[in-house]
Design a binder for this molecule. Structure first.
Ligand code: ATP
Ligand code: LTN
Length: 327
C-alpha cells in the first residue's frame, strides 16, 4: 500500500485555497493509501505566533481535517510537535542541507523580504519539512503548487542521505491537483490566496459565514470587461474565480464558461458565492459538532501514538546508519 503524508500550518484561519489545493486531496487519498496528516505547529512558529492563538488554531485545523472528511479510523491525524522524531530528524537533515539550496527557496525569499530580523527557523524550514515526509517513507505528498520546490529539496536530501549512508529513504513524489493548485488572492490575482494576508477580504476562510462569503465574492476584483472567459494572461482575476467555481461545482472550466456566456459578471459572482457556500456549509456544521464534542484531544493523542511508532523506527535506523552510538 502506498504511503501518503502532508501537513498544514496552524498559522491562521484555513482558506479555500488550502482546501482546494491540498485538503480535498487528503480526503480522496485516504481511501487508497496509508495516510498521515499533520498539523505542523513546529513550522508555524518559524514566523512569530501569539501563544493563545497558536493553541486555538492548532485545535481548529485538526477539527477541520475531520470536518472536511478525513476519517481518523482510516488516516492518522496528529500534531507534529507530539511526535518528537520530527524535530530530531529535522536537525539531522539540517546538517546535510546546503546554505545555497536553502537560500534559493522562493517561500524563504518571500517571507523574509523586507525584514531586518529573519528567524533562522524560517531558513531551515525545508529541512524540517523533509524530515516530516521521510520519517514515514511517504510515496506521495499532496500539496498545492507553491510547495513543489520544497518537495524537490526533500527528494535531493533523501537521495543525498541514501548515497552517503546507504538506501534508507523512499524518494517521494508531489501530488498536485490539475486545476486549483494555486488559488489566487481575491484582491490581487498575482498573489496566492494566503491565510497570513492581513487583508481579510483577500481570502475566503473555511469558517467564514455564508454572508461574509457572499460579501467577499461580490467585492472580489475583476476587470473592466464582462466576458466570463478563462485566460490567465489577459483575465487573471476572472480566471481565478472560474477555477474556484469549477472546483466547487464539479464542472469543467469550459462548462462554467458556457454557462455564463453573454451574461456578465453579476450573475456569475452571485452563483459562485452559492457554490462556495454549498461546499463550506456542511464542513462548518461538522466542525461545530466536533469542537463541541471535546473529542479532538483524544483523537490527536491516538494519532500521535501510531505515528510515533513509525517515526521512531525510521529515526533509529537513520541514527544507526549515521554512526550514532545508540542507547
Ligand atoms: P501561509 O500563507 O500562512 O504561509 P499557507 O496557507 O500557504 O500558509 P499551509 O497552511 O502550510 O501554508 O498550506 C497548506 C497546504 O495548502 C499546502 O499544501 C499548500 O500548498 C496549500 N495551499 C496554500 N495556499 C494555497 C492556494 N492559494 N492555492 C492552492 N493551494 C494552497
Ligand atoms: N511547508 C508546507 C507545510 C508542510 C508540509 C509538510 C506539507 C510542512 N511539512 C510535509 C507537506 C508535507 C506549507 O507551507 N504549506
Amino acid at each position: 500500500m502506498k504511503k501518503v503524508l502532508s501537513g498544514i500550518q496552524p498559522s491562521g484561519r484555513l482558506t479555500l485555497g488550502n482546501y482546494i489545493g491540498a485538503m480535498r486531496n487528503f480526503v480522496e487519498l485516504q481511501h487508497q493509501a496509508e495516510c498521515f496528516f499533520m498539523v505542523v505547529d513546529l513550522h508555524a512558529i518559524t514566523v512569530p505566533q501569539e501563544p493563545a492563538a497558536l493553541r486555538e488554531q492548532s485545535e481548529a485545523v485538526a477539527a477541520l481535517f475531520i470536518a472536511a472528511g478525513i476519517d481518523p479510523a482510516k488516516a492518522n491525524v496528529f500534531m507534529q510537535s507530539h511526535v518528537r522524531a520530527h524535530a530530531e530528524l529535522g536537525w539531522l537533515l539540517t546538517t546535510l542541507s546546503y546554505m545555497g539550496e536553502l537560500e534559493r527557496m522562493t517561500q524563504f525569499k518571500d517571507k523574509s523580504a523586507g525584514k531586518d530580523a529573519i528567524g533562522a527557523g524560517l531558513f531551515v524550514y525545508p529541512s524540517l519539512m523533509a524530515a516530516d515526509i521521510l520519517l514515514y517513507n511517504a510515496d506521495l505528498v499532496p500539496v498545492g503548487d507553491d510547495q513543489k520546490q520544497h518537495l524537490e529539496l526533500t527528494r535531493d536530501l533523501a537521495g543525498r542521505f541514501n548515497h552517503r549512508f546507504g538506501e534508507t529513504f523512499t524518494i517521494p513524489e508531489p501530488y498536485i491537483p490539475k486545476v486549483g493548485a494555486r488559488i489566487m488572492s481575491l484582491d490581487d490575482a498575482s498573489k496566492k490566496m494566503s491565510k497570513s494576508n492581513p487583508n481579510q477580504g483577500s481570502f475566503i476562510a473555511l469558517l467564514d459565514t455564508p454572508d461574509v462569503i457572499r460579501k467577499k465574492i461580490s467585492r472580489a476584483v475583476t476587470d473592466s470587461g464582462r466576458e466570463v472567459r478563462f485566460d490567465t494572461a489577459e483575465k487573471p482575476e476572472v480566471s481565478n474565480l472560474i477555477s474556484i467555481y469549477a472546483q466547487c461545482s464539479g464542472l469543467t472550466v469550459a462548462e462554467v464558461e458556457a454557462r455564463y456566456e453573454g451574461q456578465g459578471y453579476g450573475p456569475f459572482k452571485k452563483d459562485l458565492a452559492e457554490q462556495v457556500v454549498g461546499v463550506l456549509e456542511p464542513i462548518q456544521q461538522r466542525y461545530n459538532d466536533i469542537r463541541a464534542s471535546g473529542e479532538i484531544g483524544k483523537l490527536l493523542k491516538e494519532g500521535a501514538e501510531k505515528a510515533s511508532a513509525v517515526a521512531d523506527a525510521t529515526l533509529r535506523q537513520v541514527k544507526e546508519r549515521m554512526g550514532f552510538l545508540l542507547p
